[in-house]
Design a binder for this molecule. Sequence first.
Ligand code: NIG
Ligand code: FE
Length: 413
Amino acid sequence: MKRLIKNIGCLAGIDSERKHCLRGSEMATLNCISDAWLLIDGDRFDSWGEMATMPVPEDDWDVIDALEGTVLPSWCDSHTHIVYAGSREGEFVDKIRGLSYAEIARRGGGILNSADRLHLLSEDELYTQAMRRVHEIIAKGTGAVEIKSGYGLNTEDELKMLRVIRRISETAPIKVVSTFLGAHAVGREYTGRQGEYVDMLIREMIPEVGKQQLADFIDVFCDEGFFTPDETSRILEAGAKWGMRPKIHVQELAPSGGVEVGVKHNAVSVDHLESMIDEDIEMLKGTNTIPTGLPGTSFFLNMPFAPARKMIEAGLPVATASDYNPGSTPSGDMKFVVSLACIKMRLLPAEAINAATINTAAAMDLSKDYGSIARGKVANFFITDEIPSIDFIPYSYTTPIIARTFLQGQEVK
Ligand code: NIG
Ligand code: FE
């Protein structure tokens, strides 16, 4: 079935060179055509052009009038924790009263609080809660998402989370990739015995996740007060034996050597980077690792923002994702991430949109099929209301702009 979108005010994110990601100064260009049409063949983009060149639709084509709205490739969100139980607004209030994220974690709240709740929830109910968030992010324009485990912290509950992620990928129209994050915190049964927890994770959890093929990637919270670079290295090596590539949490709370470990293990991405130092930027040059900022986390926790501007000046392919989770970022709104990237990280609108589409697709190793409008890529896109320019998207930082959403070429209602 072919679907023709006509009267597009601006067709944005066209990528005829099919680059894996955009680096440094390349990020400032968002290829657009004004007054355009776009043809979808089945679930893939086929062709596009200016209205004057629009093909005559055949009888069985579905023709959609974009009413002068802008068409953008769907957001790609390369870092989320959207499978979780309940919420943690109590800690939100504790933070307002003066406790830090790290203090809440030390007192047994934070990630362990979510693990306790997840343990008590049935797999079906966990799926139902997570699907509500999946529908929420689809409505906000996300078309591909990475989802992590990491609120199980024992073998049984980690597998339960990963099965829920698999069920989401089988039942939702959005593209899902899965990451095993058993090393998010030390499970309660191992309190005070971090080394033994890491040994168990390597001996028991990773082989089980690997045998059941439940994860594409492996993650570790490599940071001060969590897992050390040496522990991270051992965990990543064990994951690599099962084909899980690293995407790791680094340098959020302190410059603790995480970028170096990521580069050493050829990580697909290193994420957070709020405490990144100049040496880390140097280390990332000439590598395939995508540095990923999570500006929603900095906003919510009142922390410094990752030095994205500096990384772009250094020629790096910066990505920005949501980090949607119950503790540090209870939001998966990628348009708001794009606004924060502009307002707080000083990215230009084109840079911020590229950081949230093609570069986040690359940060999930999905840019062959997602993240831009290219012939043969999966037709995940949205049509906005009529807007004055692309710059209006981050500028109008709380205005909903999406009129219609399409995933795999089909409209999502
Ligand atoms: O990416 N920093 C580590 N993990 C999550 C937060 C998890 C939580 O607080 O539940 C993050 O911010
Ligand atoms: Fe995270």
